[in-house]
Design a protein around this ligand. Structure first.
Ligand SMILES: Cc1ncc(COP(=O)(O)O)c(C=O)c1O
Length: 395
C-alpha cells in the first residue's frame, strides 16, 4: 500500500495539507541526502532511514501530549541469562512508562489523546475485557486532560463483578463503566452509549481496544506509530550501550505494538528481528492484522515501503487455552523472572511472552551470542486479579 493509494482511498492525509495541523510541516521536509522536493517525505527501500530522520518525521507529522516517562530504561538481565544459558537477554522497561502503573498504552495514548483534543472530544469511549490494561490507562490519560472516560467492558463470567486488578483501578479513576454480559453484543452497547453521549451534548471520541486499528474516531494508526518511536528509542539506547540488537521479543495482542516496532526495524534497522508472542490470536490472522496496521503506519509516515504477512514473525504456540487463561508455563516464567531479576510480569501478556521466549531459547531458536531484548509492555495490575491461582501454581 503506497502513500498514493492511501490518498485514493480517502484515508486522512492531514499531515500533507501543510499547516492544517499543529506540528505538521508546511514545507517539504529536508532529509539529508534523501531529500527531493515534491516527495520529500517519501522514502523508498528498507533500512534507508536514519533513526534520527524517522524520529523527525514522526514528530513533524503527529502531535502528541507529553504523558509518558521517556526514555524507559534498557537493562541487562545477567542473572536470567546465566540461568537460561544464553543468548544475552536485556529488558526494555516499558512497564515503567508512567500513567497509572505504566505499560505500552502510555506511548499510544500520547498520540491518541492529542488527536482526541484536536477533534474537540469531551468524552472518550473504548472497550476491552474486565482486566484490560488499555482501558485502565485510557481512563487515566483521559482524566489528565479533563476528558470523561467511558468503558464498555466484557464480563468474563456472568454474575457479580469482582473489582480487582485493573477493574479496581478503573473504578478508582472514576470511569463510567458499562458491563457487557457474556454472550451479549458488545458493539451494540458501544453504539448505544455513543448515541447516549451525543444526546447529552457531548462530542465522543471512539477508539478500538488496544488503540491499534484505525476505526471510529481514529483515522490513522497513531497508536502503532508510537511504537515506531519506541523502536527508535530502544535501538538508539542499544547503540549507546554498544549492543548489536538481534531480536526484540514481546507480547502481541491487538497488533499495534508489533506493527510499530516492525516499521521501525524495517525502515531504520532491518537486521533487528521483531518477534511477537501471540496472547490469543492464531498466527495467520495475527500476521494479516499486523501487516495491515504496519502498511498503514508506512503510509502515515510517508515511507514508500511495504511488508507481507509471511515476513511478520509471530508465534501462536504459547496461546495455551486462550487469551487470559493462566497456565503452569506462564506461572513458571513469572516466578523465575521475579526471583532472578526482581522484575514483575503479568499473567495475560508479558508472562505469556516470557514463557514463549524461554521455550524458544530451550528449542535453540537463538544463537548463544545473540542479543535479545525483551520488551516489557506492562500489565502488572492484573497480577492481583490472578493472585489465588498464581499462588497455587508457584508453590
Ligand atoms: C501489558 C500488555 N502487553 C502487550 C499488549 C499487546 O499490545 P498490542 O495490543 O499493541 O498488541 C497489551 C495489550 O493490551 C498489554 O496490555
Amino acid at each position: 500500500m503506497s502513500y498514493t493509494s492511501g490518498l485514493k482511498r480517502g484515508v486522512s492525509r492531514r499531515k500533507f495539507l501543510a499547516g492544517t495541523i499543529k506540528g505538521a510541516a508546511a514545507a517539504p521536509v529536508l532529509l539529508g541526502g534523501l531529500t527531493s522536493c515534491k516527495s520529500a517525505n517519501q522514502i523508498k527501500g528498507s533500512g534507508k532511514v536514519k533513526s534520527q530522520q524517522l524520529e523527525e518525521i514522526i514528530n513533524r507529522r503527529f502531535r502528541r501530549e507529553k504523558i509518558a516517562h521517556l526514555p524507559t530504561p534498557l537493562e541487562k538481565l545477567d542473572v536470567l541469562t546465566a540461568e537460561l544459558g544464553g543468548p544475552q537477554l536485556y529488558v526494555k522497561r516499558d512497564d515503567q512508562t508512567g500513567l497509572a502503573f505504566g505499560g505500552n498504552k502510555t506511548r499510544k495514548l500520547e498520540f491518541i489523546i492529542a488527536d482526541a483534543l484536536d477533534k474537540k472530544a469531551e468524552v472518550i469511549i473504548t472497550w476491552g475485557g474486565e482486566q484490560s490494561n488499555w482501558c485502565r490507562q485510557t481512563v487515566a490519560a483521559a482524566r489528565m486532560f479533563g476528558i470523561k472516560p467511558v468503558l464498555v467492558l466484557s464480563q468474563k463470567e456472568a454474575g457479580a463483578v469482582k473489582y480487582d486488578g485493573n477493574l479496581f483501578l478503573d473504578a478508582l479513576l472514576g470511569a463510567d463503566i458499562r458491563f457487557v454480559a457474556p454472550g451479549t453484543d458488545r458493539s451494540r452497547i458501544t453504539e448505544d452509549v455513543t448515541e447516549e453521549m451525543r444526546a447529552q451534548g457531548h462530542n465522543p471520541y471512539v477508539v478500538a481496544v488496544g488503540g491499534s486499528s484505525v476505526g471510529g474516531s481514529m483515522t490513522e494508526p497513531i497508536g502503532a506509530v508510537s511504537y515506531t518511536g519506541a523502536f527508535l528509542e530502544t535501538y538508539n539506547q542499544a547503540q549507546e550501550m554498544s549492543i548489536k540488537v538481534d531480536y526484540l521479543v514481546h507480547a502481541s495482542g491487538s497488533g499495534g505494538t508489533q506493527s510499530g516496532l516492525v516499521v521501525g526495524a524495517r525502515a531504520a534497522a532491518p537486521e533487528v528481528k521483531v518477534v511477537g508472542i501471540s496472547v490469543g490470536g492464531a498466527k495467520a490472522a495475527s500476521q494479516r492484522n499486523i501487516t495491515e496496521i504496519s502498511r498503514g503506519v508506512f503510509e502515515a509516515l510517508g515511507l514508500e515501503m511495504t511488508i507481507s504477512p509471511e515476513e511478520i514473525i509471530v508465534f501462536d504456540d504459547y496461546v495455551g487455552e486462550g487469551y487470559g487463561v493462566l497456565n503452569q508455563e506462564i506461572a513458571d516464567a513469572i516466578r523465575l523472572t521475579a526471583r532472578k531479576e526482581g522484575i514483575l510480569l503479568d499473567p495475560v501478556y508479558t508472562g505469556k511472552a516470557m514463557a514463549g521466549l524461554m521455550d524458544l531459547i530451550k528449542q535453540g531458536y537463538f544463537k548463544k551470542d545473540d542479543n535479545v531484548i525483551f520488551m516489557h509492555t506492562g500489565g502488572t495490575p492484573a497480577l492481583f486479579a490472578y493472585k489465588e491461582q498464581l499462588l497455587e501454581m508457584i508453590k
